[in-house]
Design a binder for this molecule. Structure first.
Ligand SMILES: Cc1cc2nc3c(=O)[nH]c(=O)nc-3n(C[C@H](O)[C@H](O)[C@H](O)COP(=O)(O)OP(=O)(O)OC[C@H]3O[C@@H](n4cnc5c(N)ncnc54)[C@H](O)[C@@H]3O)c2cc1C
Length: 546
């Protein structure tokens, strides 16, 4: 396996393509570009190898997300959010090969076809649904076989959950009792209704039951190629730009600085926080932000770091008298222990669960043309991203507004590479988002109060009287991200965009951004599959010389 070279020196390394960040997008690019034996690729990742048990065992996601301790997680914080009573939000991000797909909930959702048509309307030629749908299908290895809405031969293994808990089915029944129709597949056209999520999990071969991170899907099978070098535990500090052209990167590895040259392109795939941060550290970004940190502008691009969009999420939790849910108490931990042993033998059972088993797409207003809210139904109590632990057995349901109007930004907290970016989502800064979240919280309340969930319902955490004022207060006191930051290197064709629809950086040769940061507008669903699609399309364009 040609992973981190043991003896070869990093100094003096060069390749045609140098990819920064081995996350969802970076792994797709490294694998696709190195399919051509006549080209060479170096992939540089700050985190580790992405193969440990925390990543492979789906249920262990709970130990990574909280960032306490930091396992494969950058565990960023936002600046205080006035919309959230001045609280700092928490922003987990994957730090390992696989990136955030190594610590995510594995939910496979593409969003609404109309989202991509809207991208095209925003000046992203070639990114409408008709153009991108085949790329989703090419990426997918669906257990249920190929069909009009699924691909079966792609690297990303996708399956229906093998053994969802009874309570998740009861959640779907509860939705039906609230006139939300049943939906068997959220990826058959526009998602609408309640059902069980499909997951990016191996269904085939010796890894069956393990998480299928994008590294496991695309990169690991390609690591034997002699034209692909993968450097882990290597921090990219900046892009080197000479005479208006990106010629390579500066990295820090084992305490030493090195330069790596790119003969053709440097490709930034460091995610919605990492990519704008690296651009700014390289002198590319808003002039005031650069000068405030003593960085001489190499190229002023006011859009870098702007347009941050994320799904703000409100969660309601109940204790449960039943034992067929997850609880962090001696009996619950005993059940998890048994489930771990079963999973090791069979790849099945509670340890294979994404925890967020059930879901729904619904409308905050019946007059809307499509769903603008999404629910994640979780089989245990989740409070503050698992940073506040409860011993009781229980369940939680999250609801988020899919199309927020608030726009935030990413900047620098320091000019020192390795320091965290300044993240300001500006949650609820647009009052329209407050109104939608109040409606969302009320709908979730009604669903969780439905008859189907009665056997599981115990005492509710954080009860309120259900008035607008009480719901708003609860949202401002507790809501936070559901982990979908995008948009900070926006693609499009107007003067403020960071990248053109070919994902080349406007104003600098030989530099592209390929990751969730290029989305001009957040999609109405989870963001991993869309990011994989973006990287598949980027690989096509790069190979075609676009
Ligand atoms: C807890 C959590 C749960 C989620 N659940 C889901 C889900 O169930 N379904 C879904 O579809 N989406 C989910 N998401 C979102 C989804 O995983 C992300 O949108 C997607 O992975 C983003 O891909 P990316 O390539 O843009 O960035 P990432 O995958 O985050 O990759 C960026 C990579 O760059 C590396 N990097 C950053 N800076 C540097 C640097 N300076 N030098 C070197 N390397 C660097 C990082 O370590 C990382 O590996 C979740 C995310 C999180 C955090």
């Amino acid at each position: 396996m040609a992973c981190t070279p043991r003896r070869a020196s990093v100094a003096g390394m060069e390749a045609e393509y140098v990819i920064v960040g081995g996350g969802s997008a970076g792994c797709v690019l490294a694998a696709r570009l190195s399919e051509n034996p006549n080209t060479s690729v170096i992939l540089v990742e700050a985190g580790g190898g992405g193969r440990d048990i925390f990543i492979r065992a789906p249920a262990l996601v709970a130990t990574m997300v909280s960032g306490r301790p930091r396992i494969n997680n950058w565990a960023f914080q936002t600046v205080p959010q006035p919309g959230l009573n001045g609280r700092r939000g928490f922003q987990p991000r994957g730090k390992a090969l696989g990136g955030s797909s190594a610590i995510n909930a594995m939910l496979y959702v593409r969003g609404n076809p109309a989202d991509y048509d809207h991208w095209a309307d925003l000046g992203c030629d070639g990114w409408d649904w008709e153009c991108v749908k085949p790329l989703f299908l090419r990426a997918e290895g669906f257990q249920g076989g190929a069909g009009p809405h699924h691909g079966a031969d792609g690297p990303l293994q996708v399956r229906a959950q093998s053994a969802p808990r009874k309570i998740s089915r009861a959640f779907v029944d509860a939705c039906e009792q609230c006139q939300i129709p049943r939906c068997d597949d959220f990826n058959e056209g526009a998602p609408d209704g309640a059902g069980l999520y499909h997951v990016t999990q191996f269904h085939d071969g010796p890894q069956a039951g393990e998480r299928c991170s994008v590294a496991a899907a695309y990169l690991f099978p390609a690591m034997g190629r002699s034209n692909l070098t993968v450097l882990t535990r290597t921090l990219v500090e900046k892009v080197v730009i000479e005479d208006g052209r990106a010629t390579g990167i500066k990295v820090r590895r084992k305490g030493r600085r090195h330069a790596i040259r790119a003969r053709r392109d440097v490709i930034l795939s460091a995610g919605a926080f990492g990519s704008p941060q690296i651009l700014m550290l390289s002198g590319v970004g808003p002039e005031d932000e650069l000068r405030a940190h003593g960085i001489d502008p190499v190229h002023v691009s006011e859009g870098v770091g702007k347009n941050l969009q994320d799904h703000l999420d409100h969660v309601i939790s109940y204790r449960s008298p039943r034992r067929d849910v997850v609880g962090l108490n001696p009996r619950g931990l005993g059940r998890l222990g048994k489930a771990a042993l079963r999973w090791r033998k069979t790849g099945e059972g509670l340890f294979a669960s994404p925890m967020a088993e059930g879901g729904a797409f619904l409308k905050s207003d019946p007059a809307l043309s499509h769903a603008d809210l999404q629910i994640h139904f979780v089989i245990g109590i989740v409070d503050q991203h698992m940073r506040k632990l409860h011993g009781a057995d229980g369940f939680s349901a999250h609801i988020c507004a899919l199309y927020p109007h608030s726009r935030g930004e990413v900047g620098l907290s320091s000019r020192r590479p390795g320091s965290p970016p300044r993240i300001d989502p500006k949650f609820l800064s647009d009052p329209r988002d407050v109104a939608v979240m109040i409606k969302a919280a009320r709908q979730l309340d009604t669903i969780l109060g439905a008859e189907a969930l009665a056997p599981w319902r115990g005492k509710r955490l954080y009860p309120n009287d259900g008035s607008d004022a009480a719901l708003e207060a609860d949202i401002r006191a507790r809501a936070d991200t559901i982990y979908h930051p995008v948009g900070t290197c926006r693609m499009g064709d107007d003067a403020e965009v960071v990248v053109a629809p070919d994902l080349r950086l406007n104003g600098i040769e030989g530099l592209r951004v390929v990751d969730a940061s290029v989305m001009p507008r957040i999609v109405g669903g989870n963001t991993n599959a869309p990011t994989v699609m973006i990287a598949e399309k980027a690989a096509d364009m790069i190979r075609a010389g676009v």
